[in-house]
Write a protein of this length. Structure first.
Length: 99
């Protein structure tokens, strides 16, 4: 099933407990909002951007569970890659609608 911008905006992750490492929540949320805008056609986050993103880590102060975020980002990357491939098939020149 394809991901939508709302799916990404509504994603929820567990928070880590005391002494456990997690991703900084604000960084994850900000990135996912950009991804959601991309899925809605309002921004341009690429599958490569998702693959290469690195979030700051928290230790002992909570943060999003890294494994859950990483798993969700894998799903996001697959969705963006599929959209990019469909776009390339529709316009192999990558130039858009040139008249």
């Amino acid at each position: 099933m394809a991901l939508t911008g709302d799916d990404v905006r509504n994603a929820e992750f567990s928070t880590t407990g005391f002494g456990r490492r997690g991703y900084k929540e604000r960084e994850v949320v900000d990135f996912l909002l950009a991804v959601a805008d991309t899925l809605d056609g309002k921004s341009k986050v690429t599958a490569q951007d998702v693959r290469e993103i690195e979030f700051g880590a928290t230790l002992g102060r909570g943060g999003f569970a890294e494994d859950e975020v990483d798993e969700f980002l894998d799903r996001v990357e697959r969705e963006l890659r599929a959209r990019e491939e469909r776009s390339e098939e529709a316009d192999p020149t990558g130039r858009g609608d040139v008249g």
